[in-house]
Design a protein around this ligand. Sequence first.
Ligand SMILES: C[S@@+](CC[C@H](N)C(=O)[O-])C[C@H]1O[C@@H](n2cnc3c(N)ncnc32)[C@H](O)[C@@H]1O
Length: 410
Amino acid sequence: MENWLYCGDNIEVLEKEIEKESVDLIYIDPPFFSNRHYEVIWHDEAEIRSFEDHWKGGIEHFIAWMRPRIEAMFKVLKPTGSFYLHCDWHANAHLRIMLDEIFGANNFRNEIIWHYDIGTAPKKDLKRKHDTIFRYSKSNNYVYNEQRISPLNPARYNKKEPNGRKYFIRGDSGKKCYLDEGVSPDDVWTFVREKSLRTLNSMAKERLGYPTQKPEALLERIIKASSNEGDVVLDTFCGCGTAMVVAHQLKRKWLGIDISPTAIELVEKRLRKSGAVKDEHYKTTGLPTTENDSRKLKPFEFQNWVVAKMGASVSRKKSGDKGIDGHLTDTPWHERAGIQVKQSDKVGVGVVYNFETALRKRKYRQGYIVGFSFTRGAHEEVAELKNEGELEIKLITVQELLEKRKTLLK
Ligand SMILES: C[S@@+](CC[C@H](N)C(=O)[O-])C[C@H]1O[C@@H](n2cnc3c(N)ncnc32)[C@H](O)[C@@H]1O
């Protein structure tokens, strides 16, 4: 089996593309109803549609939306497989009951509490500072690799061997416990004890800049506990791909699904950037691969797709950021550049003029316009600008973008 990224609704991908009983570990972090604006992450049509779809009628509707998806995940899990569902107080009670029904209450393994450091500060309630991660196995025969972490109370190790190793003697078993051997983690994972489990603040190195990204250390704990090298890890709501990146680092195979083309483009970029994962290490499906596919995208999806393909960040405002649809930081000129996206043929000189104005306002000296084709007037204007030497605009066709991705990125 190869590593795959699928862009599509997970239920369809699970049913059509993924073999029954082929996956060792599933981790999911579905979007739940914390806050409507917060939960729509990518702002592309596919994600918004999916989000609205599962929230039309409140919690019962959400559970009814999730149930066939979890059942489809259950089917692709090997009999020895494990399943982790990441959620919070909004839906955890409902999800737990549903999981007991699908997996069998006897296959419930843990309710993990992830205690983090950010959150709201309500006036008349306790602060909500944890998520819940339910862990299930498919049968009694499942993988569990014990890990070791630093002890909570090092002062307890108050005896010393002649070679200096610190230990204490357990009262119940009389066994010597050494400080340097660490302890097995319990079901409360807290940033107080392990700094790497902090939520990703705006300064975090691994942060890609969207709110639900999970820390790599969290995924590392889960993947190490419930899979071995060479095993297959699946995330059916993969977002920006934390599970994929960590699975790869830990020499697992992986499958990632997300309904948002923006998310999948971002995962691709992240995998490539991480250096460990080359294009030939994985395949992507569900994203447009031909000009014709891209013509079928909804306008906002098209814009997101182009911008992400250019390796740039999307302007958040739906109406466009004063004539600039995306911003590139990683340009051959080592300066920021703007991107203008047109889902049309024969993009004319008027578009170039407007884009020039937008770039000048932003004090950008470079920009790209992407469209299916350009008029002669547009080409002439761009050539003139180049001669003047003050502003450089490149016209890129979708076809070129599809064929020469690498040269455009770097
Ligand atoms: C909370 S985010 C996951 C974040 C991820 N754990 C990370 O660290 O990057 C939820 C994701 O589910 C995706 N999604 C929503 N509905 C979906 C569906 N029906 N099929 C596949 N993905 C879906 C959204 O596009 C979003 O990226």
